[in-house]
Design a protein. Sequence first.
Length: 443
Amino acid sequence: MRAIKFIILSIILVIINSCSKPNNTGSNNELELKMNRIAERYVKLVLNVGLHDPGYVDAYYGPAEWKPESSSVIVKDSMQVQKLFDESGKLLDSLDALSNYKADELQTFRYKFLYKQLLAVRARISMLAGAVFTFDEETKNLYDVIAPVHSNDFFKSVIDELDKTLPGKGNISERLHEFRKSFIIPVNKLDTVFSAAINECRKRTLQHIALPTNENFSIEYVKDKPWGAYNWYKGNCYSLIQINTSLPIYIDRAIDLAAHEGYPGHHVYNALLEQNMVRKNKWMEFTVYPLYTPQSLIAEGSANFGIHVAFPGDSRIKFEKEVLFPLAGLDTSRAELYYKVIELSSELKYADNEAARNYLNGKINRQEAITWLQKYAVLTRERAEQSMRFIDTYRSYVINYNLGEDLVKEYIIHKGGTENNPDLRWEIIEKLLSTPQVPSNLK
């Protein structure tokens, strides 16, 4: 492993934003053929990394013969990991060799996407070999971004506003928990509420985005997972959406999860990439989704902001009061106050980043991180432990939800997709979901 450990030192200093794009000379057909060969090797590389890194391959629907036999590789075998690291370097060299080719905008996007993805794959292989990055180094290497730092005072100012808004006096975490108890979806009504939510999200999305006619999904309810919900994309425009019911689910989460996991979130994102990149262009790199890569920031950020695209202004509260609250058997008399509290609480969304940053950097231990989340994210002990379970499993991935959402939001608004121009907003997000994108394209 000495070779990897030597190169690990340079990974931190990789000039992630310096990847060149094809230009100058060379035919488009020749460029396409060479890119396709690199794409096939990239897919096979990711699938092999997945043998050493359970959960790394989030989705694959490419040729069955490209999948390695799992029995042929020993998990985290040092010699095999070294070979994967070497292969990632060769693929990056192959991309560098294409820098003299002339390319159109979409080909340039493709080139940059593959380059950034490969840099992240290479960094993840280094982590498998024992590399230890700081939180910021990890997010830069894996997701092409560095998350802003938020002080305790920032969170405290939000909590002070929450304190003024919440009914009662005393411990704010207990008061928030007590207040939200009235808005829990009864377990026996979960499927009814979620089905109504996802159907509405789908209807709104189809009014603006033409999806493949065979797109479809199913919902499962599961327990004991580190996440709240998950979209498992199976290919052929089909998703399995799982909802974790280990903890009570509040009424606002129905639309959140339906839009995020379904429409116009992950299901739509994957279906559009399959339709446009794989079926139409034959770009096979999109048949595989390695989780710890810049693609995840695009996926999570667009899925979170997609909630606001589908439900602009007060339309969400109106729909939930008129449809979801009655289906759940909940009282609507305090709905406005509830959503005011939810809006304030959402300003604490960067708390997970700070807990993960300090925990992964070794500044606090797990118990201290849980206590910090209880205080500054205003979570119950149970939900703080759930957040830490996610961080233990996915590490710095947490930045993709909050920073990802803000980057997508700023990008869409900058292009004119304001709340007052909903049609353009849908047009921009459809293009974002249908083309090769990396976080640096959003800046």
